[in-house]
Write a protein that binds this ligand. Structure first.
Ligand SMILES: *Cc1c(COP(=O)(O)O)cnc(C)c1O
Length: 415
């Protein structure tokens, strides 16, 4: 593939690793041009919820292509976007009355941050400071890197990233330190806190308890600090419930959704907001409008795919499927826990993770990472360890045989 002009994301081309050519996907499997069947153990980077090419989503896309492909969304609208906004406000917390469209998780977070700052500016009491949690990930744009963990992956851009207030991750037994830090930071009137509810994905599949999330929300409410939930990865059942926030009985002021919004078929994102956030921008004064758009805002074909996703959630036993997969995942994780080399076995909903003890020390650039990647690729498995952290986050339709092959390969890696 060295003759390809493509520059791949998060790929060091200098290592000369093979880049498989994928020609077809179906359910939990991907098929390569050279005839291999690959098991998708990470839902194609956390997006594919119901499985590849779910017939209903494919049909909705095909049908929409016969009607309308694209239309400017500033001052115009279309039925797929209207239906989706109605559908989302019906199933998401009722306080979230407004739906703003964009096209990726990163942009949904950028929009959330701009909404929070706009809220304060339009009330004539500008606030700019954002609070974040250690080890967070919210995207790869300059703004979202600013609110995410700093490290080797953004060191080159560090001088451009804006300053934030960072709360320590609520490690088991040290949760109160996080809450105390939040309480102290809130006294300095920040604009907002942004968190990944219950599960920090790219930070290493780190899990914290629902009561901490509930407490953080309560502290923000007490101080009038806006609470932004980035459910780009945790949304759509990943942690066992439609939203991770549900498990803490928490309703955010602003909610970011993307990845599973279209079942993982096509890019789309929404930022949902309370009426108060919308109200702060509502005026006869054009200077107070929300100054954000991207060319493909609410693309009709993407909205049609998302409407099909909502129909699948409505008509198919998705919750039961998630509960079943969560139990099947937990059983297999239990089989790994306690084996030599396994540290911090953990699970939430459909996601499991372990750390493999690395004599040279862990971290994103752990030498174990590339070796593990090769190990799994040789076994026709799409797994993408983060440093020495191996996690399994499959589409909800994966069967026992495929799940067994994934865990057998993790077992062999430990040997
Ligand atoms: C993936 C992710 C993002 C960024 O989404 P993109 O669609 O890749 O821009 C933001 N937040 C969280 C929690 C994510 O997991």
């Amino acid at each position: 593939m060295t003759d390809s002009p493509i520059w791949h994301p998060f790929t060091q081309h200098g290592l000369g690793e093979p880049i498989p050519l994928v020609v077809r996907g179906e359910g939990a499997a991907l098929y390569t041009a050279d005839g291999r069947r690959i098991i998708d153990g990470i839902s194609s980077w956390w997006v594919t919820t119901h499985g590849h090419r779910h017939p209903r989503i494919m049909a909705a896309i095909a049908e929409q292509t016969g009607k309308l492909d694209q239309i400017i969304f500033a001052g115009w609208t279309h039925e797929p976007a209207e239906a989706l906004a109605r559908g989302l406000t019906a199933i998401m917390p009722r306080e979230l009355t407004r739906v703003f469209y964009s096209d990726s998780g990163s942009t949904s977070v950028e929009v959330a941050l701009k909404m929070a700052l706009g809220f304060w500016a339009n009330r004539g009491a500008p606030r700019h400071r954002i609070l974040v949690m250690q080890h967070s990930y919210h995207g790869d744009t300059i703004g979202t890197m600013s609110v995410g963990e700093r490290g080797v992956y953004n060191a080159a851009y560090a001088p451009l990233l804006f300053d934030v207030g960072t709360l320590p991750f609520p490690r088991a037994g040290a949760e109160q330190a996080t809450l105390d830090a939040l309480e102290a930071a809130c006294r300095e009137a920040p604009a907002a806190l942004i968190v990944e509810p219950l599960l920090l994905g790219a930070g290493g599949m780190l899990i914290y308890p629902a009561w901490v999330l509930a407490e953080m929300r309560a502290i923000c409410a007490r101080h009038g600090v806006l609470f932004i939930a980035d459910e780009v990865m945790t949304g759509w059942g990943r942690t066992g419930t439609l939203l991770a926030c549900e498990q803490a009985g928490v309703v955010p002021d602003i909610l970011c959704l993307s990845k599973g919004l279209t079942g993982g078929a096509i890019p789309l994102a929404v930022t949902m907001a309370t009426e108060a956030i919308f109200e702060a921008h509502f005026s006869r004064d054009r200077a107070r409008m929300f100054f954000h758009s991207s060319s493909y805002t609410a693309n009709p074909i993407a909205c049609a795919a998302a409407n099909a996703n909502l129909a699948i959630w409505r008509d198919e036993p998705v919750a039961a499927r998630i509960a079943d997969l969560s139990a099947r995942q937990a059983r297999r994780l239990a089989g790994l826990a306690g084996r030599p080399g396994v540290a911090n076995p953990r699970a939430i909903g459909t996601v499991t993770a372990i750390d493999i003890t690395d004599p040279q020390g862990g971290g994103y650039l752990s030498q174990l990472g590339p070796r593990l990647l090769r190990h799994f690729r040789e076994r026709d498995l799409l797994l993408r360890p983060m440093g020495n952290t191996v996690y399994v986050m499959p589409p909800y339709c994966i069967d026992d045989a495929d799940l067994d092959r994934i865990y057998a390969a993790i077992g062999e890696a430990l040997d």
